[in-house]
Ligand binder design. Structure first.
Ligand SMILES: [Zn+2]
Length: 262
């Protein structure tokens, strides 16, 4: 699922390709994924207008439209992405929505498993997931993060990262990465983490999310020392001979090294 670094990357892509362009038409191939609107109303509201600003909150991309009181909000589900192509290009099989611009290009919202959503809302707070969302991890000062952990002390640390109401934008993959690099077992209860482990978690969380975002912007692969490129190989990248374990924790398949993570 696109998580914070991925959605940050998609948001930059959206800005670079689509801001300021006049929308000539909107093609909606999956109207059942629209929320607070329908295909006809969505098209009527957007035609002739331009996206003026775009930003990320958690795993959502929020776009402001010039002269329109509503905002367009994209959620990418498990498999969503964006593609900016000339309008004449063959249809993408998984394209669910396309904004066609005057320039002859279009922005396609792709969603293989149809688990994403497109919202048209007056206020982002109208969307329950956004209204209840926890703080942005990269905006947290160390003490604020420690306070936040304390407020969720009875959760497992993996459950904390997965719950968007605790902290925004982190999901299964980056949650596992942060815990791997911090050397913390995903099942550990927050209450049982030492002050040193909590501080280390903060530093690693900042570093992983920032570095992942920068690497994606630069089109570079993730470091070989990270868990992420090895998720499906079963071998720990930190130490030869360590095997990775895949186990359902807080409802998702966590991957971790039982030797490196305590
Ligand atoms: Zn290991």
């Amino acid at each position: 699922m696109p998580e914070l670094p991925d959605v940050e990357h998609l948001t930059r892509y959206f800005r670079e390709t689509s801001l300021g362009q006049k929308i000539m038409d909107v093609a909606c191939q999956a109207p059942e994924l629209l929320r607070f609107t329908d295909a006809a109303a969505f098209r009527a509201r957007l035609r002739g207008r331009r996206f003026s600003r775009a930003w990320r909150r958690g795993k959502f991309l929020i776009a402001q439209v010039e002269g329109l009181s509503e905002k367009v909000v994209l959620h990418f589900g498990m498999t969503g992405s964006l593609r900016y192509v000339p309008s004449g290009e063959p249809e993408d099989r998984f394209c669910r929505l396309a904004f066609r611009f005057e320039s002859g290009f279009e922005l396609r919202w792709l969603c293989v498993r149809k688990l994403g959503k497109v919202y048209l809302v007056q206020e982002v707070q109208d969307i329950p997931l956004l209204r209840e969302m926890g703080p942005e991890p990269l905006a947290l000062a160390p003490l604020e993060f420690l306070d936040l952990l304390e407020r969720h002390r009875n959760k497992s640390i993996k459950g904390f990262f997965l719950d968007q109401r605790s902290i925004a934008g982190i999901g299964n993959v980056y949650g596992d990465e942060i815990l791997f690099q911090a050397g913390i077992h995903p099942r550990r209860r927050i209450a049982d983490l030492s002050p040193a482990a909590r501080e280390r978690l903060y530093q690693v969380m900042q570093q992983v999310l920032q570095e992942a975002t920068e690497l994606m912007a630069a089109g570079q692969p993730f470091p070989d020392s990270w868990l992420l490129p090895h998720r499906y190989e079963g071998l720990c990248p930190a130490q030869e001979g360590h095997g990775l374990i895949r186990e359902i924790i807080a409802g998702r398949a966590a991957i971790y090294c039982p030797e490196c993570q305590k």
